[in-house]
Design a protein. Structure first.
Length: 160
């Protein structure tokens, strides 16, 4: 899927009482001080991903290379947080792009759930298989002169 096509699929959805809770949760902690120190360049550490699917053989927790394993049909919640919540730094998910595979399909592509801060998105594993996806995040760090850093990396989803 091309970046242009995938970005066109991103839409903002307001939370509702009828939206089911995701069975699979992916939490992402970002070391904003490290990202700022590297000016967001060549990020290969400082991102700590984890999920609630260790019982399904997910692997790579605590790194950028998380492989989330979930059942086909599973809703997948993605949340992002600054590691130091008292710093005033902010992190938001700005989008997703599929590099390889088709687990999300067209109708399971992640959507932004909380338009107020962009820190929570939900997707759905529509097809069995393995997918490499790119998650795109904006880090805003620095108290006196807040600066935005745009980073991305390529974790994996396996749906069975």
């Amino acid at each position: 899927m091309s970046a242009d096509k995938s970005m066109a699929m991103v839409r903002v959805v307001k939370p509702s009482a009828t939206m089911p809770a995701p069975q699979t949760q992916v939490a992402i902690a970002v070391d904003t001080a490290y990202i700022a120190a590297t000016s967001g360049q060549s990020v290969n550490t400082g991102i700590y991903m984890m999920d609630n699917q260790a019982n399904m053989d997910s692997s790579g927790e605590g790194s950028l290379e998380l492989t989330t394993v979930c059942p086909v049909g599973s809703l997948i919640g993605f949340s992002v947080y600054p590691m130091d919540v008292n710093s005033g730094d902010k992190v938001v998910i700005t989008g997703f792009n599929v590099s390889q595979g088709n687990v999300f399909g067209n109708v399971g592509y992640p959507i932004q759930i909380d338009p107020a801060d962009g820190s929570y998105w939900i997707g759905q594993a529509m097809n069995a298989g393995r997918q490499t996806y790119q998650i795109q995040v904006r880090v805003t760090a620095g108290g006196l002169r807040p600066t935005n850093y745009y980073i991305n990396w390529d974790p994996f989803i396996v749906a069975r």
